[in-house]
Write a protein that binds this ligand. Structure first.
Ligand SMILES: Cc1cc2nc3c(=O)[nH]c(=O)nc-3n(C[C@H](O)[C@H](O)[C@H](O)COP(=O)(O)OP(=O)(O)OC[C@H]3O[C@@H](n4cnc5c(N)ncnc54)[C@H](O)[C@@H]3O)c2cc1C
Length: 395
């Protein structure tokens, strides 16, 4: 059997691309190694409303809780509260999100083969042979939407992400957190190289996701999770709670310089389309997916390899111009963050704790585009910015 497009990975990004291509009449197949999409869960499910606007179906019903602000805990115990005035983020049902994406892909006419792990791929001029645990077939185009540890990226020698975060989390019942606020914990002894989080996922704060990512530590993430669960600020909301399950996974950071090679493309986590400041990959991946759909649906009508590759390269140029530039800027912010000591983080949070800065962050802060706030502060409040930016940029 020969398909026009073969997609490795039935995550939300691969499924969105599959549905979009099928809708445009492109004969598309998705291979997903697991029996069910969305499982095992590797996500905290915190997104902005932009993610819902990028789904091609009504998705408001997937929202579990609306988040209005953040409490940031410094490594030395200082607490900074930001926002609270309007909805900044949404906690979504990630498993239902992936299922809805699969239903969309199937409804539009894509074939979705579950329980089909792609084991081998070989490229022959204008065709890629794909061998899965159950099938052997070929496609004219191949898309690697197979997540952080992408086999497509490895087999076809694409560049690797700049770094990986190792993550772990728990879902808890019977918590008593303020439902309006996420809580963020910073510090080398809490989550070296990243941060830990509490996300209340019900409007009364009675269920929560608690987790963290680490980068440069020899100790496993579980070591930090156990400590986090004993942190007094966490215990405050978990005294009567029970852990219902563990989640985990890896997050790739640093968008790839190359995401197209002849008739092969990478998208989503496979292309490290992930926000380096928050680890969120849904918004950048879904944003890039639309360029992937456009480029392939143009390329299918072309005959010569040169024209085809040129059409596909438009995908890389377009997503880089759109979200890629932001990801590169955020990678710079991350590199600054990585150099901060616990003392400096504490000092920065204390400096930020002034009404005008907090109002500005609440008004202009954007989880998807952190650069907007930095640029706004430098342009409109240079003196205020100067009072804490040196902590970030002078060592
Ligand atoms: C702990 C954690 C918390 C996170 N929290 C958030 C958050 O709050 N907000 C947010 O926006 N993002 C978050 N992310 C990131 C987000 O989960 C990813 O960016 C998103 O899932 C990327 O989607 P994807 O479709 O590219 O990849 P994935 O969702 O990883 O899907 C890839 C799919 O490919 C399949 N696959 C892999 N190899 C093969 C193979 N050989 N054959 C067949 N199938 C294969 C996998 O089974 C998987 O289903 C988090 C990630 C982690 C690890």
């Amino acid at each position: 059997m020969r398909y026009t497009v073969g997609i490795v990975g039935g995550g939300p990004i691969g499924l969105l691309v599959a549905g979009g291509l099928a809708e445009r009449g492109v004969n598309t197949v998705v291979f997903e190694e697991h029996e069910n999409v969305g499982l095992p869960l590797h996500c905290a499910g915190l997104v902005t409303s932009r993610v819902l606007s990028l789904t091609p179906f009504p998705s408001e019903n997937l929202v579990l809780n609306r988040i209005k602000g953040a409490v940031i805990h410094s490594p030395l115990g200082y607490k900074l509260s930001i926002g609270g005035d309007r909805i900044h983020a949404l906690a979504i049902d990630r498993i239902a999100f992936d299922k809805a994406m699969m239903n969309y892909a199937i409804e539009k006419g894509a074939d979705v083969f579950l329980n089909n792990k792609v084991e081998e791929m070989r490229s022959y001029n204008d065709e890629i042979k794909i061998k899965t645990s159950k099938e052997e077939l070929s496609s004219r185009f191949l898309i690697g939407a197979d997540g952080a540890a992408s086999i497509v990226r490895r087999v076809f020698n694409f560049p690797q992400p700049m770094e990986y975060l190792k993550c772990i989390g728990v879902n808890l019942l019977d918590t008593s957190f303020n439902p309006n606020y996420v809580e963020i914990f910073l510090g080398l002894n809490i989550a070296p190289g990243f941060f830990a989080w509490i996300i209340p996922i019900t409007p009364r704060g009675t269920e929560a996701r608690i987790g963290l990512c680490v980068n440069r530590d020899k100790l496993p993430p579980k070591h930090y999770l156990d400590k986090l669960l004993n942190h007094p600020e966490v215990q405050r909301g978990t005294e009567r709670s029970t852990i219902i399950n563990y989640t985990g996974g890896i997050i790739p950071l640093g968008p790839l310089k190359k995401t197209v090679k002849s008739n092969i493309l990478l998208v989503g986590d496979a292309a490290a389309q992930v926000k380096p400041t928050s680890g969120g990959g849904l918004y950048p991946g879904l944003s890039a997916a639309k360029y992937c759909i456009d480029a392939i649906s143009r390329a299918v009508d072309l005959k010569t390899p040169v024209l085809i590759e040129k059409a596909l390269q438009n995908y890389h140029l377009s997503w880089m111009k759109d979200i890629g530039r932001e990801l590169l800027f955020d990678m710079k912010l991350r590199n600054v963050f990585l150099k901060l000591t616990d003392d400096k983080i504490d000092a920065i949070l204390r400096k930020i704790d002034q009404p005008i800065i907090l109002e500005t962050i609440s008004k202009y802060g954007d989880i998807d585009y952190p650069s907007k706030l930095v640029r706004y502060m430098i342009r409109n409040h240079p003196l205020k910015a100067a009072s804490f930016l040196p902590y970030l940029f002078r060592f």
